[in-house]
Design a protein around this ligand. Structure first.
Ligand code: C2E
Ligand code: MG
Ligand code: MG
Length: 571
């Protein structure tokens, strides 16, 4: 593992004792480079002049003790493991040096422990540097939309904040939200791949049109954004909107077909229509919703009279209340497979809205509104109860007990009621907590980390298992991953999509898998659609999967047929 010479810094006042330590290390490493210091000043000088793999410190030096040496090491920003070797050291001093961050404590009479301790610490350092690299990578992917490569909401928000910082009060800007009409129709009729190609090509056009006038970004799904920051462009967003319209209406060649798209654009002006990105985006979205499809103009400006309850939105909101009262919500279940055994190991419950006319509305179209109106709290509880009851019903019917995953929204997470609600639902349905898994997204971590950790710990203590959904697409930070008491990472579908026959490798997926492994977390990949994706994921060490390759989400009766098939060995 370590084939370069080991660089050891001894904090030691006796040359003889240092020789003793060197002898103990001798022959175990590919050479040793070392130095000895015995004063605070010499220690600081040694730390700044060179990198060290390990620091081995005596305790009672005339000019400092081990605790003082450790403080200096930490103050210099040196992260090398700090091992104390001492003849005699009182118990309480040992404890305090260990809690201050020493890697190990070794008695001189036990010097045979030194080599294993150094090797163990070196291995840890290698892992930590692997994690650091992964973190830098995640920070990058956290800022870009994976499908189009455009900056995402997060990065756009940062740019807006920078604009303000750089030019103070007088900063001017504009945010345009661009949506593609009939995008969902394209997805339904031509398929997901064609729809994604449409997004990619549109992204490319936007990027060209916007050029240096600002920043083209993606807001997810069929929503693009253009943040105009250059003084000229920000002063005339209508002109930019015209150019965007022109470019977006040129036909696209996708899946051998010529497609004609029409964009709708809503514009909000910074700072008058919103002081921060979120507010601006909401207002630009409202302005967009008022642009008539097929109307004379493809863009519209936000006006203060427009309210969040635009007509379409109001109708949707009312329909959602009706849905709740009239039981139009149903759950579909998607099996999760362990591909090593071929067994179903669990399900994910996914919400569906079946309208009286038979249309099934996908959750992305209504969950944001449920969240904004707070209805998600009641609907979320209904989802949890229904999913737990269904899971128990399968167990009662004699199927092997499996885990049921249920999605939690960040809004639910902010409710003080969440933990008691989960406890109550489990008690009322009679499902054992270990058969419930709650999925949260990374974004819950954006608010009040302490509270999130506390809530997660309470849920975990209850025996419920916890997964991070859509991992890698949101606010990815290693520090929260290390601190959050979760069991599992769900590798987001957008990373799995990248694994194709032509490019059957994905560094992102490899990184995430090794990250999960380093942190001792379980993992499952979402959105697995092809054998290539399965093979690659399995070769990386991710064996649990969920996706159309195995089964689409389906109503409970259909899932039961699938379980029957498995039980009778038909598959
Ligand atoms: P999610 O939790 O990441 O769920 C996975 C989504 O991927 C589901 O979309 C599922 O149908 C889809 N999917 C699974 N396998 C494949 C595949 O192989 N290919 C493709 N193209 N898609 C696949 P769905 O059901 O539309 O749900 C979308 C999102 O809505 C969910 O993402 C989740 O964030 C949210 N959601 C769904 N039900 C609930 C719920 O009860 N409560 C909350 N808070 N959110 C929910
Ligand atoms: Mg999920
Ligand atoms: Mg997901």
């Amino acid at each position: 593992m370590y084939n370069k010479p080991l660089q050891v810094l001894f904090v030691e006042d006796s040359e003889d004792d240092k020789e003793l330590l060197l002898n103990a290390l001798d022959g175990e490493f590919a050479g040793i480079v070392h130095a000895r210091v015995d004063s605070p000043a010499a220690l600081r000088a040694a730390l700044t002049s060179q990198d060290w793999d390990v620091i081995i410190s005596d305790h009672g030096l005339p000019q400092m003790d081990a605790a003082e040496a450790l403080r200096i090491v930490q103050a210099c920003g040196c992260e090398a493991p700090f091992i104390v070797v001492s003849g005699s050291m009182p118990e309480d001093v040992m404890v305090s040096v260990m809690t201050a961050g020493a890697a190990d404590m070794i008695r001189k009479r036990n010097l045979s422990r030194l080599v294993p301790a150094v090797k163990r610490e070196l291995k840890k350092s290698v892992e930590v540097s692997g994690l650091r690299k992964a973190q830098a990578y995640l920070r990058h992917i956290a800022c870009y939309d994976q499908q189009t490569g455009l900056p995402n909401r997060e990065l756009l928000a940062q740019k807006l904040a920078q604009l303000n910082d750089a030019s103070g009060q007088s900063a001017k800007g504009a945010l345009m939200v661009v949506s593609i009409n009939r995008f969902s129709l394209i997805r339904r009729t031509l398929g997901i791949e064609a729809a994604e190609e449409v997004l990619r090509q549109t992204a490319e056009r936007l990027r060209k049109i916007v050029g240096d006038d600002g920043l083209a970004g993606s807001l997810g799904s069929d929503r693009f954004a253009v943040l105009l920051t250059a003084p000229g462009a920000a002063g005339d967003p209508a002109a930019v909107a015209e150019r965007v319209t022109e470019a977006a209406t040129l036909p696209l060649m996708v899946a051998g077909q010529e497609l004609f798209l029409a964009p709708r654009i809503g514009i909000a002006i910074y700072p008058q229509d919103g002081q921060d990105f979120h507010k601006l985006a909401v207002n630009a979205e409202i302005a967009m919703s008022q642009v008539e499809i097929g109307g004379r103009r493809s863009h519209g400006f936000f006006a203060s009279g427009m309210s969040a309850a635009g007509e379409g939105r109001l109708a949707l909101e009312q329909a959602l209340y009706r849905a709740l009262q009239q039981n139009e919500f149903v759950l579909h279940y998607q099996p999760q497979i362990d591909v090593r055994s071929g067994r179903v190991v669990g399900f994910e419950a996914l919400l569906r809205w079946e309208q009286p006319d038979g249309t099934c509305v996908p959750p992305v179209s209504f969950i944001p509104l449920l969240e904004e109106t707070g209805l998600i709290v009641s609907v979320g509880e209904w989802v949890l109860r229904t999913a737990c009851a269904q899971n128990l019903a399968w167990q009662d019917a004699g199927y092997p007990p499996l885990r049921m995953a249920v999605n939690l929204s960040a809004v639910q997470f902010r409710q003080a009621e969440l933990v008691p609600m989960v406890r109550r639902v489990l008690a009322e349905t009679g499902l054992e907590p270990r058969y419930l898994e709650l999925e949260i997204t990374e974004n819950v971590a954006m608010h009040n980390e302490e509270m999130v950790i506390e809530t997660l710990s309470e849920l975990r203590a209850m025996g419920v298992s916890l997964a991070i959904d859509d991992f890698g697409t949101g606010y990815s930070s290693l520090s929260y991953l290390q601190r959050f008491p979760v069991h599992k990472l769900k590798i987001d579908r957008s990373f799995v999509i990248g694994i194709t026959e032509a490019a059957p490798d994905s560094p992102i997926v490899r990184t995430i898998v090794s990250l999960a492994r380093n942190l001792g977390l379980d993992m499952i990949a979402e959105g697995v659609e092809t054998q290539h994706q399965l093979d690659f994921l399995l070769s990386c060490g991710c064996a649990e999967m969920q996706g159309y390759l195995f089964s689409r989400p389906a109503p409970a009766e259909e899932i039961q047929e699938l379980l029957d098939g498995v039980r009778h060995g038909v598959h």
